[in-house]
Design a protein around this ligand. Structure first.
Ligand code: NAP
Length: 484
């Protein structure tokens, strides 16, 4: 069934709650399929937080993953009061697992809102950038900010991964879902990168879709989708929506892909209410392990296990309580036994895809991945905390800069221009963006001028944040405000 001579080294983290029961089932099934794996069992999550390790991931686990480069992970809880960070996010960041692949496919026999519609698509979510970088600051006591950082390199890696995955799975169409109509620079970067990269994949259809319409289309005509690539927060939301279409999180597998490491996990959490009762459904982790086996080149064993679990679910006789009448449900162990017993059986209504090895995308590791020929500073945005109203603040800043090379051109409040006076009825807060540009015909500002203007403003007002307005290769690299 597998190249038995090859032994794969894999780090396994049973994790919390139902994790150890799911992992035990998966290990038994993989062993029965004849795949030889040397498991390195490691800790992560709750037990680690309770030892006082605030990342939730101890050094031995990190070393093991760095060595094996493949991990199978149970769910990890983030106990309140032990650590600030999620151990899951720590692992993704530590190994730059930039792409999260979440397949959504209707399983025969599973009651779901779209049963019979042949839903079969994959969400490829950027996994480390965007609002999940977790760079947050209270700018004033009443105004919070989270930086949405997206890079060309980060977008390109996940977009190439989506196209390569489409090819490896024999899929035909890749959608890129963004909010580029509103966030023209961040989400727009993903759209522009997608349109450029798509030219290298003429064998695949490519289409951009606005993320809100994507959500709408997913619950109207989900069968139209094949692969959807999207940014981190968008992907977080639509991949759960996708799982809901075909039977819920309990059946949803996922893979986290990096340049050097891949980590496979169920989408669901530790389900503490059912932990230790031998009733958890291990299918989500099992299908994640099927993805792992393909990653390891064990295509035959992957197909055997996948066909068997789908056959067992469709047969409907040995199901865990989440999928059937709890009074007649099977235990996790009984379900696992049946999956092994059904090796070699296939559903008549479900056909496995033909998978090929994924050609891992390679993007230059240079930190200055995007280079330009020219750059200039066109001005500066100085963010100020002030209890004054827009008119009074505008007059004060204008007076402070009276003989400065920079002048106040506008003030906005949460993106809406409020000075010079506008018709907008803005319910202002004490967080103002003062835009300063060079006087007269001068088109460029200097760092020294900005520092001097900042010092003048600071004599009367509390500045909280500044942003240079830059132009790269002559193109303005900032967004206009509403009303500008
Ligand atoms: P959850 O653990 O996914 O569980 C929610 C409910 O879904 C469970 O109570 C159970 O429902 C059902 N369920 C989930 N997986 C199941 C399975 N395999 N078989 C049968 N039923 C299943 O979500 P949560 O309660 O919000 O989160 C619990 C903990 O997990 C939290 O600490 C959270 O931070 C963590 N978490 C970790 C990950 C991860 O490691 N990737 C992901 C999500 C959440 P019933 O109660 O109806 O039986």
């Amino acid at each position: 069934m597998s190249h038995a001579s090859v032994t794969h080294n894999v780090t396994v983290m049973p994790g919390d709650g139902v994790g150890s029961e799911c992992v035990a089932a998966v290990r038994r099934i993989i062993a029965a399929a004849g795949v030889s794996i040397a498991w390195e069992e490691c800790e992560a999550g709750g037990v680690v937080f309770r030892k006082g390790i605030s990342s939730g991931v101890p050094r031995e686990t990190i070393d093991s993953i760095a060595r094996t480069r493949v991990a199978l992970k149970g769910p990890l809880e983030t106990p309140v009061g032990y650590g600030e960070r999620s151990a899951n996010v720590t692992l993704r960041k530590l190994f730059e697992l930039y792409g999260n692949i979440r397949p959504t496919r209707e399983l025969p026999g599973v009651q779901a809102p779209f049963a019979g519609r042949q839903v079969d698509f994959v969400v490829v979510r950027e996994n480390v950038e965007d609002l999940y970088a977790g760079i947050e600051h209270m700018q004033t006591p009443g105004v919070a900010q989270c930086l949405k950082l997206m890079s060309r390199k980060g977008c390109e890696k996940v977009i190439r991964l989506a196209f390569e995955m489409a090819r490896a799975e024999g899929r035909h169409r890749v959608h890129c879902a963004t909010k580029s109509n509103i966030m023209k620079l961040t989400e727009g970067l993903m759209k522009r990168t997608f349109e450029e990269v798509a030219r290298e994949y003429p064998d695949l259809q490519s289409e951009h879709i606005i993320i809100d319409n994507c959500a709408h289309q997913m619950v109207r005509y989900p069968e139209q989708f094949d692969v959807i690539v999207t940014s981190n927060l968008n992907g977080d939301i639509i991949s759960d929506l996708a799982a809901g279409l075909v039977g819920g999180l309990g059946l949803a597998p996922s893979a986290n892909i990096g340049n050097d490491v891949a980590m496979f996990e169920a989408v669901h959490g530790s389900a503490p209410t059912i932990a230790g009762k031998n009733i958890v459904n291990p299918t989500a982790l099992l299908l994640s392990a099927v993805m792992m086996l393909r990653h390891l080149g064990e295509f035959e064993a992957a197909a055997t296990i996948e066909n068997s679990v789908i056959f067992t679910i469709e047969l409907g006789k040995t199901l865990t309580p989440d999928l059937t009448d709890p009074d007649h449900a099977a235990s996790t162990t009984q379900f696992t036994d049946k999956v092994i017993e059904h090796f070699g059986r296939k559903s008549d209504h479900w056909k496995a895809r033909h998978y090929h090895a994924l050609n891992p995308p390679r993007v230059s590791p240079r930190s200055d991945y995007v280079q330009v020929k020219s750059r200039s500073i066109a001005g500066v945005d100085i963010f100020v905390e002030s209890p004054l109203d827009a008119g009074a603040l505008g007059e004060s800043v204008t007076a402070l800069l009276a003989d400065s090379p920079l002048r106040l051109t506008s003030i906005s409040n949460r993106g809406a221009v409020v000075y010079p006076s506008s018709d907008a009825r803005v319910d202002c807060v004490d967080h103002w963006r003062c835009r300063l540009m060079p006087r007269g015909n001068t088109r460029e500002a200097t760092d020294a001028q900005i520092a001097e203007a900042l010092a003048r403003i600071a004599t009367k007002h509390a500045w909280v944040h500044i942003e240079k307005l830059q132009a790269f290769d002559g193109v303005n690299a900032w967004a206009a405000d509403a009303g500008e």
